[in-house]
Design a protein around this ligand. Sequence first.
Ligand code: FES
Length: 82
Amino acid sequence: GISYYSYQTIKKAKEAGSGQVNPGIRKDINKVVDFIDIEDITEKVSLCRCWRSKNWPYCDGAHGTHNKETGDNTGPVVVKHK
Ligand code: FES
């Protein structure tokens, strides 16, 4: 099980928002999981990895602004047929 210390540490971190990758997508649920049927991908699909897309789980280019503002280097994963 999880130790009391770990529980307190995680609780504090959650309160502070520190260490979180996701700034605002579906924060009302415990875990964001998305399913896409392979058959529905006609040519290719770009999936967001910066957690800033307004069209989650798809990339909408928001990583560009995020990278510029923070010096980060995020970008999507592109899934495509051969
Ligand atoms: Fe998040 Fe492009 S918008 S990776």
